[in-house]
Design a binder for this molecule. Structure first.
Ligand SMILES: [Zn+2]
Length: 195
């Protein structure tokens, strides 16, 4: 049975929180998916027949300087229609195979704007690689999008403007045909433009 107060406290609408355990500097949310059925990937019928379940720890954004771990009861289902077994649940807040919530990856990426990876890793009790992966996961789709816009543009226009009249110039790259903004570079030097 879920507890509405602690479910609201976690603020992940796709999860129901069953219990909250508080220890020194740590919040442990015991949770499960709100959805109690899945769609079969083979025949598209909906099933709620349980195949198996296991517990997994998912790290989340700290709350008031407390580390947060979600002990998630992950269920797999069996299709009533075609008999397919081991159909995984889908979570809006957690990527498949990830041990962190999506919003924690975003949080960690934002932390690296003002701190180096080693500091962010230490503060969050995570490995350097874990921080690097979180940043790549956020940034790579943006780079791919910019690269494809740049490849598809038949021509580009470059405009520069000074930021706050401090004689620091920012370069804006646009597609003059689609009028789409492709990129904004912090500096107008040659190395930046070539990159
Ligand atoms: Zn099926």
């Amino acid at each position: 049975m879920q507890n509405n107060n602690i479910t609201n406290f976690l603020q992940l609408p796709d999860l129901d929180v069953i219990n909250l355990i508080q220890t020194e500097g740590l919040y442990i949310f015991i949770a499960q998916a709100k959805d109690k059925s899945v769609k079969c990937p083979d025949c598209s019928s909906t099933t709620d027949k349980l195949h198996d379940q296991r517990w997994q720890s998912i790290k989340d954004i700290p709350i008031r300087d407390n580390m947060v771990v979600i002990r998630l009861n992950k269920k797999r289902y069996r299709c009533n229609c075609c008999g397919k077994r081991g159909i995984n649940e889908h979570y809006d807040s957690i990527d498949s195979y990830s041990r962190k919530t999506k919003r924690y990856d975003t949080y960690l990426t934002n932390e690296t704007i003002s701190k180096n990876y080693t500091t962010v890793a230490k503060e969050n009790n995570l490995s350097y690689t874990s921080i690097d992966n979180a940043v790549k996961k956020q940034v790579n789709p943006m780079i791919e999008e910019k690269t494809s816009k740049l490849k598809n543009a038949k021509s580009i226009s470059l405009d520069e403007f000074s930021v706050l009249k401090k004689k620091k110039y920012t370069l804006v790259i646009c597609d003059p045909i689609s009028h789409e903004l492709i990129d904004i570079l912090p500096q107008r030097n040659k190395e930046n433009i070539i990159e």
